[in-house]
Write a protein that binds this ligand. Sequence first.
Ligand code: F6R
Length: 260
Amino acid sequence: MEIIIQSDSRRASELAARIVAQTVIEKPHAVLGLATGNTPRQLYRNLVRMHRESGLDFSGVTSFNLDEYVGLPPAHPSSFHSYMWAHLFSGINMAKERINIPDGMTTDIPAACRKYEQAVRSAGGVDIQILGIGTNGHIGFNEPTSSLSSRTRIKTLTDESRLEAAGAFGSEDAVPKHVITMGLGTIMDSRMCLLLAFGRKKAAAVALAAEGPVTAMVPASILQMHPRAILVLDEDAASSLKMAHYYRWVSEHKPDWQKY
Ligand code: F6R
């Protein structure tokens, strides 16, 4: 794991945007794995700005979102479809037919999940997977005790996750109970994982994920087994890391060719 600590979420999101942009420039037909939530908003804002100001070209890019609520039509204001159009897709030049988000309205969930996995494979696999982390250590909506080799499937949200989503729905009761989410095995197949975490409330989950044992109780800890997982944190999210001093030292002494 590479752990990069930045002074604040603005700098962290700028760095993450440079990593994504580098991938898209080097590989115009790159496949991006995308997350929703509060964390990647600034990253997406940066990508929109790079597209507008420097012509960062997304016309050949394909994307796969991590998850979607079951039973929510794409046009619902709290769906991840709506989120993605509001925060990214409406501001860049991705081709609509190359945007993939799980269909929360499908009548055959297992078949839709198999098809999603197949679509990721047919696209050549995910080059860079953007991730946030839940306070309980989830990535995607792989809640604690998810199989470490799980594939895209239906999951039942924990109370904790439903509470965290309550703001977007007006109340916890209104939050759907189920989601379709890429699995931990699906995420692990990506060529690079880029996890962002900001704020003190993420500090415990980040420390367990990066420095604790690999365990299904902290699904993000599986990233320790990934050959190219980068964690980009602000100071608060990094505040419980035992080896923070070392991570800073590594960043400061990177050879030029390794810098982002
Ligand atoms: C969303 C997702 C979730 C979030 C996580 C953090 O697509 O997959 O794992 O990344 O719940 O959410 P925020 O960023 O809102 O704290």
